[in-house]
Design a binder for this molecule. Structure first.
Ligand SMILES: Cc1cc2nc3c(=O)[nH]c(=O)nc-3n(C[C@H](O)[C@H](O)[C@H](O)COP(=O)(O)OP(=O)(O)OC[C@H]3O[C@@H](n4cnc5c(N)ncnc54)[C@H](O)[C@@H]3O)c2cc1C
Ligand code: SF4
Length: 465
């Protein structure tokens, strides 16, 4: 099939906004074969494929795109899986626009190749997969947590022939992929498919195992030759303003977990209740805020996102912010809450207007309060989504050295202050993205393998300040 070179991305069909706000089904519906081939045909197959530089796990992007163009769909997914064990997840949630697609040479002229959409297509069209013959090694590794960093680390170690057991505190695996990112962006069936593949590689999984509580890190350390910690950043931050303890105030974490993990949206068919709010204010501007806002909208609420900077500084994915706007979510920029109003139950929120000052250390302009600009908004639910910190349980119950905000300190080989314990993903305080967590897991797996072979040079840097 020949297509005229098109400067614009092939669009992906979507559920209409007025329909999708009434359900939790996926918004983006995926390419069909014809659209995928058309989009793949836009790739220039550059001699120096700069797109690969933008991919934290270094997928051979032009190779898999050419395989799609040539209708070799199963080869395309094999190419991706050489570097990425969660392609269906990444094809849906990776911020490609600031990674591979940002680097794509076509982005300079018109629109980058839709690398993420093509990755998703390849993942969704996988017809069969072969489990490679793995030569077993007698080393035992414990992996703590089951988010993208741990799943990737476990998969890579299993492929290297190690015996890997993964311990998850919750009753379900997947970490944020399961309890944070909503079904309408990442269906749980997709998470199950990816985890089943990792189980088929031989990774054993124990759920309801809280390391640092049900099993201590020392116990694990005695039984296993090495440990990887990928426990994420699940501790929600609050604003510490008056009224935050009123009924009707949630952390985004609690709100999303109730829906995603405990199906509160199906209450009373399920046991977990959720408030059916009329007016919701969501505080924050990242993916978590946008996910909470869109979830509240689907529960029938009118929703306003309140963010202290401007649209330009919002860290949420552009596509998801666009989807939220299409779904009728209001955005109130340059606004910061100062007080939550009500007696026992939330009735409103007091805010102050902000302006932007100089650049701060994050490279974004600092929000500054405007004097005497306070105003109030009515609402019966407030969801706080201003960031998460490290869950302190494991670090507090171990001797591991910690750094900023309780993150676990590692050296460039992901080795903690205990040489047989490695860590990666959000728990080491990295940029919080799925693909970054996966890159950590993958690199840590190589370092663990080298450590077990006695090839990891201990230069003491893991213990240096
Ligand atoms: C709502 C939301 C939306 C997001 N959207 C995006 C997005 O669109 N794109 C993107 O790239 N990133 C997104 N992120 C960020 C991304 O999900 C995280 O950066 C990523 O999941 C971090 O992976 P991880 O493996 O480090 O940890 P997590 O995914 O947090 O997984 C950690 C796991 O460890 C378990 N655990 C914790 N303590 C223990 C213990 N003591 N013992 C055993 N198990 C333990 C937890 O229960 C959890 O299952 C989003 C995050 C949230 C919260
Ligand atoms: S940079 Fe863009 S056009 Fe070039 S190989 Fe990568 S995806 Fe294709």
């Amino acid at each position: 099939m020949q297509f005229k070179k098109n400067k614009m991305k092939t669009s992906m069909p979507q559920q209409k906004p007025e329909e999708r706000i009434k359900n939790f089904d996926e918004v983006n519906l995926g390419y069909d074969e014809k659209s995928a081939i058309k989009e793949a045909s836009r790739c220039l197959q550059c001699k120096k494929p700069v797109c690969i530089d933008g991919c934290p796990v270094k997928i051979n992007i032009p190779k898999f795109i050419k395989q799609i163009k040539d209708k070799k769909f199963n080869d395309a997914i094999k190419t991706i899986k050489e570097q990425n064990f969660l392609p269906k997840v990444c094809g849906r949630v990776c911020p490609q626009e600031t990674q591979c697609e940002e680097k794509c040479i076509l982005a300079k002229k018109k629109q980058a190749v839709a690398i993420g959409y093509l990755e998703r297509f390849a993942g969704d069209n996988e017809k069969s997969f072969d489990i490679p013959k793995i030569k077993k090694i007698s080393k035992k590794i414990a992996v703590v947590g089951s988010g993208p960093s741990s799943l990737t680390c476990a998969a890579k170690l299993a492929l290297m022939g190690h015996n890997v057991k993964l311990f998850e505190a919750l009753h379900k695996t997947g970490g944020v992929l399961r309890y944070g990112i909503p079904e309408f962006r990442l269906p749980k069936k997709i998470v199950d498919d990816e985890i089943n593949y990792i189980k088929k590689l031989g990774v054993e999984i124990e759920i309801n195992a809280v390391i640092g509580r049900t099993i201590s890190l020392d116990e694990l350390s005695n039984e296993y030759d090495a440990i990887f910690i990928g426990t994420g950043a699940g501790l929600p931050y609050f604003m510490h303003i008056p009224g935050e303890n009123l009924n009707g105030v949630y952390s985004a974490n609690e709100f999303l977990t109730r829906i995603n993990l405990m199906k509160a949206n199906e209450f009373p068919k399920t046991k977990t209740p959720i408030k059916k709010a009329k007016k919701t204010i969501v505080v924050g501007g990242g993916n978590v805020a946008i996910d909470a806002a869109r979830t509240a909208r689907r529960l029938g609420s009118d929703v306003t996102v309140v963010y202290r900077r401007s649209f330009d500084e919002m860290p949420g994915r552009i596509e998801e912010i666009e989807h939220a706007r299409e779904e009728g979510i209001n955005f109130l920029m340059l606004t910061n809450p100062t007080k939550i109003l009500g007696e026992k139950i939330v009735t409103g929120i007091e805010c102050q207007q902000m302006m932007l000052g100089e650049m701060d250390s994050s490279g974004r302009r600092t929000p500054l309060p405007i004097e005497d600009s306070e105003f109030s908004l009515e609402c019966d639910q407030v969801i706080i989504a201003i960031g998460q910190g490290i869950n302190p349980l494991l670090a507090r119950n171990s001797e591991l050295r910690t750094g900023m905000r309780g993150s676990i300190d590692v050296n460039e080989k992901y080795q903690t202050s205990n040489p047989k314990i490695f860590a990666g993903g959000d728990v080491i305080g990295q940029e919080a993205t799925v693909i970054k967590a996966m890159a950590d897991g993958k690199n840590a797996a190589s370092a663990i393998d080298a450590f077990l072979r006695g090839e990891l040079k201990d230069d003491g840097s893991n213990r240096a300040e």
